[in-house]
Design a protein around this ligand. Structure first.
Ligand code: OGA
Ligand code: MN
Length: 370
């Protein structure tokens, strides 16, 4: 009824009743499980994670010999970033059930997030090998390959990516985004002529110097550019200044770059690209960015070169290119890419994400933002 009427107060009443039931005596197992599952589902929907933990504990008390119930609690802890608690619950599961695939991959995932690569590989590999339901998720192949690659075990990483492709968690061994529209053409590098966006590219190219000057003026103020946040950097210094993200303008930053933002406002395929960003990216000499893949195949990524010293390179899949000042390169960042700055002056580009040209208007309206 709460769902039908979209009524949260009814839902609250229902949750109270579920809890009452879960605490009652003489409730049959099947009813108990149904109520617990539904209760957890609705509590997650409402963001009531502490209450969800209480329910997990009731379920675990009743079925202490089912490892899945403990692992489910660990997943709830992970959702709210209570990593230590998640880790300790999973450790408990693995002490009793060392071959539990679901616990193995989640434990490995936590280790990977903490950059404990060797240990992460040990658990992720064993977890995936069990073939257990829930262990064959793309995220685990993704992080296993990444851990191997960061340890220089490139061939082993590629084998993991090939296996992931065979098991349909990746589009291909190089294209490893996990939020995909499956039918879209996937290729690493695109030419501007391949796309219906020539007016937009012209606008960017014609205005590149004013865009560059605006970026340089923000760059001269310390603290406006932010460190890239996803632990993708091996060595060096790499910072970004975001103008649009998830189809929304960053008004604070756009006040500092009104000209550039006014240009993006005239580029609907970028302005409305809910699955991407527009941002300046500055990279200092001596920087190496690990091979990585973006989250979705729904966007293409244009880089407008603004300050481009020599000895700066970007590899996408198997082909390495460089930037030119005032010119645009376009690649699909769902394909593995890697960046090097071996030069002596800073490199600056404007990154503009644009919708993949094969998406329909209704897909563009309805896809969830990333
Ligand atoms: C990217 C990326 C690094 C850079 O655009 O997805 O990783 O700034 N770029 O060259
Ligand atoms: Mn990238």
């Amino acid at each position: 009824m709460a769902d039908q009427k979209r009524c949260n107060s009814l839902l609250e009443q229902a949750l109270k009743l579920y809890l009452q039931l879960l605490r009652s005596r003489n409730v049959p197992n099947s009813l108990f499980k149904m109520a617990a599952e539904r209760c957890l589902n609705r509590m997650r929907f409402l963001g009531q994670y502490s209450n969800a933990i209480l329910v997990h504990k009731l379920v675990i008390d009743r079925f202490p010999d089912t490892p899945k119930h403990l692992s489910d609690m660990a997943v709830t802890y992970l959702t709210v970033n209570r990593i230590d608690e998640a880790r300790s619950v999973l450790k408990q599961v693995l002490a009793k059930w060392p071959d539990d695939g679901f616990a193995l991959v989640h434990y490995g995932f936590i280790l990977k997030t903490a950059n404990k690569l060797e240990e992460a590989i040990f658990y992720l590999e064993r977890g995936i090998r069990t073939g257990d339901e829930g262990a064959l998720d793309g995220r685990f192949y993704f992080h296993l390959g990444d851990a191997l690659s960061r340890l220089g075990k490139t061939e082993e990483a590629m084998k993991v990516y090939e296996e992931g492709t065979k098991n349909k968690v990746f589009l291909s061994k190089y294209q490893r985004s996990l939020y995909n529209v499956p039918r879209l053409t996937g290729k690493s590098w695109w030419q501007p002529e391949d796309l219906p966006y020539s007016a937009s590219f012209k606008l960017l190219r014609h205005n590149w110097m004013k865009i560059r000057d605006e970026a340089l003026s923000v760059l001269s103020v310390k603290g406006d550019f932010q460190n890239e946040s996803e632990n993708l950097k091996d060595t060096g210094d790499w910072k970004q200044f975001e103008l649009f993200a998830r189809g929304q303008k960053n008004s604070r930053n756009c006040k500092k770059c009104p000209f550039t933002c006014s240009i993006i406002d005239k580029i609907p395929e970028a302005r409305s690209c809910k699955r991407g960003q527009t941002k300046f990216s500055v990279m200092h000499p001596g920087t190496h960015i690990w091979p990585h893949c973006g989250p979705t195949n729904c966007r293409l990524r244009a880089h407008l070169g603004l300050e481009v010293p020599s000895k700066t390179f970007i590899r996408v899949a198997t082909e390495t290119r460089s930037w030119k000042e005032g010119e645009i390169i376009i690649f699909d960042d769902s394909f593995e890419h890697e960046v090097w700055h071996n030069g002596t002056k800073l490199r600056l580009v404007l990154i503009v994400d644009i919708w993949h040209p094969e998406l329909t208007p209704s897909e563009k309206r309805n896809l969830s933002p990333i």
